[in-house]
Design a protein around this ligand. Structure first.
Ligand code: DX5
Ligand code: ZN
Length: 215
């Protein structure tokens, strides 16, 4: 069964603790933190102290998506704050293999990702070392964008090139009940969804629909 990782970018930040409790009760599997530094992307979001405080309020896994210029510097911050998965952009990493082993040294799952315009083949040298490949289906920086269909081919590319199903495929951006089945059909293991999970406040219903369930 596909897993759902709600993106907290779409949550009500003034009541994050309650939002997370509601997501946990609604069938969310992971919590997706979009970490932005105002440099790699033109937006600024969650610092590690926020994760550290939230960690004591939930048993959901913390899925950290780094959109920062210098991931080597911040990986230890987020690892120590309670991340369970940390993904970084290959565009920001001159030596990705070093970052993958740095993340793994903390006993955390390491993910690699690329902007939509980057060539997906760039993951190939690192795919066997990684625990997860995150396919971006929108340009990083903001929630609420339209899903880019080119992501489907990339999901299939990763599915066909991974050596093991233990290397997870996560898809992120613009996911809704119309394109979720296409992502799942192409091989996605985890769907990140902000707008569509929080829409109308019906978290349990939205998550169930994204998983392909019937109401
Ligand atoms: C974009 C982020 C996504 C995004 C998902 O930079 O990586 O996680 O917030 O939100 P929706 O589902 O609204 O596109
Ligand atoms: Zn993300």
């Amino acid at each position: 069964m596909v897993r759902i990782a709600p993106s907290l970018l779409a949550a009500d930040s003034s009541r994050l603790g309650q939002e997370i409790a509601a997501l946990e009760q609604s069938g969310a599997d992971l919590l997706h933190f979009d970490v932005m530094d105002g440099h790699f992307v033109p937006n600024l979001t969650f610092g590690p102290h926020i994760l550290k405080q939230l960690k004591t309020h939930t048993s959901l896994l913390f899925d950290v998506h780094l959109m920062v210029t210098n991931p080597a510097k911040v990986i230890p911050w987020y690892a120590e704050a309670g991340a369970d998965f940390i993904s970084f952009h290959l565009e920001t990493a001159p030596h990705p293999e070093e970052l993958i082993s740095l993340i793994k040294k903390y006993g955390i799952k390491a993910g690699i990702t690329l902007k939509p315009e980057s060539d997906i083949k760039k993951i190939i040298p690192y795919i066997s070392e990684a625990d997860m490949v995150l396919i971006m289906s929108v340009s990083p920086g903001f929630g609420g964008q339209k899903f880019q269909n080119g992501a489907l081919e990339k999901i299939r590319f990763v599915r066909d090139n991974r050596k093991s199903e233990n290397i997870l495929i996560e898809v992120d951006g613009g996911i809704n009940i119309n394109n979720a089945p296409l992502c799942i059909g192409a091989g996605a293991d985890i769907l990140v969804a902000g707008t569509s999970v929080f829409s109308g406040g019906l978290y349990a219903q939205n998550i169930q629909l994204l998983k392909g369930g019937i109401l």
